[in-house]
Ligand binder design. Structure first.
Ligand code: ZN
Ligand code: ZN
Length: 358
């Protein structure tokens, strides 16, 4: 098969290699679509992966080609939960697999989806309903990450909700929060492509603060009658955005930290005072919940996402979002370096860069 292999930091090569053979409990999946994640860019160019050489790619879908343990899966279209939990640590015992202490991970610790074939544990396979496309299925992971963040706090219909940072996760948050019936949604954006995606999704332009022309704090105070955000999703990860999130939160407000940190986070004394005096709740969110066959849409973000995607398609929901609208580039497996380069140098506007099997 052909694959993109990361040999060391910045050293990604497109090579011909032996396709993996599934171990007991695993299936061989022929990859159909694979998304490039922001974390792939830092993994490949900055930090390297935990184990190298490694085939990156953790957002992918495909068809089960071979599954000796469960032949009934062969030929089935699948999405993939990329985290392989140990199932024996305290968090796994509580089924909080996203916080497993010694997990394996497709695309960061073991070979992932930037290849023609990948070996995946059967437990991690998500059978796809007919109406879900491979591209949508390759975005189940970032969609589930957004839903996980959305569900970290109880939201109230009256809440003023701010999403700051409109990359893939921020835009999916907008989709799912709006879909869940919240309309006092405000956005802090800094790119035209993000704003045009939001507007195409049906959000009013005057709900968006473009930080190039306006001050987010003043915008949010203005829109909320001087109260601030009841819930603020910080999906950037820069120190100044962390500080801004707390400044913009309402008394008793909630801040959900979503973005991976770009640097050390420092807080001014005034901002720290604000957390105390205004009794602000700050939480992190990590990955997504997935329970295999045992989950329901209440407990399993992946099931929730699949349920909502189906509702958007069959018209049973008044909202009909189309996740594929976030795809700005479609490339082939051999063109992955081109996609990574666009994201690294920000040389073109992009949201989601999708790799399709040729
Ligand atoms: Zn990712
Ligand atoms: Zn574990």
């Amino acid at each position: 098969m052909r694959a993109q292999i990361l040999y060391g930091i910045g050293n990604l090569k497109y090579v011909e290699m032996e396709a993996p053979s599934p171990r007991p409990g695993e299936a061989l999946v022929k990859v159909a679509a694979s998304g490039i994640c922001g974390s792939d860019v830092s993994r490949i160019y900055k930090t390297g992966a935990h184990n190298m050489p490694l085939i990156p790619g953790h957002e992918f879908s495909g068809v089960v080609e071979r599954c000796p343990d469960k032949p009934s899966l062969e030929g089935k279209r699948v999405g993939v939960f990329p985290l392989i939990p140990c199932k024996s640590c305290p968090q796994c015992k509580e089924k909080h697999y996203e916080m497993c202490q010694s997990y394996d991970y497709l695309g960061s610790r073991r070979d992932g989806g930037f290849a023609e074939y990948v070996s995946v544990p059967v437990w991690n396979l998500v059978e796809l309903p007919e109406e879900i496309s491979f591209e949508e299925a390759a975005m189940l992971e970032p969609m589930s990450v957004a839903v996980h963040a959305m569900r970290r706090f109880y939201l109230d219909k009256k809440d003023d909700i701010v999403i700051c940072g409109l990359g893939t996760i921020g835009l999916f948050l907008a989709m799912f929060i709006s879909d869940a019936g919240y309309d006092r949604l405000w956005f802090v954006a800094n790119k035209d492509v993000q704003m045009s995606k939001l507007i195409n999704m049906g959000f009013p332009e005057n709900h968006i603060c473009d930080v190039r022309y306006g001050d987010p704090y003043r915008f949010i105070m203005d829109k909320t009658g001087g109260k601030g955000a009841d819930v603020y999703f910080e999906a950037v990860g820069r120190p100044e955005n962390y500080e801004q999130a707390i400044r913009c939160a309402a008394p008793m407000g909630k801040v959900v930290l979503v973005g991976n940190p770009a640097a050390d986070m420092n807080l001014s004394k005034d901002t720290y005072w604000k957390i105390l005096r205004n009794q602000i709740d700050i939480t992190g969110t990590w990955n997504s919940s997935y329970l295999g066959d045992e989950g329901t849409s209440c407990t399993d973000d992946w099931k929730y996402v699949l349920e909502r995607l189906r509702a958007w398609k069959d018209g049973s929901s008044e909202n009909g979002f189309s996740p594929e609208d976030l795809i700005t580039h479609r490339l082939s497996l051999s063109e992955i370096p081109t996609g990574l380069d666009i994201m690294k140098r920000k040389s073109e506007d992009y949201i989601k860069i999708m790799i399709n099997a040729g």
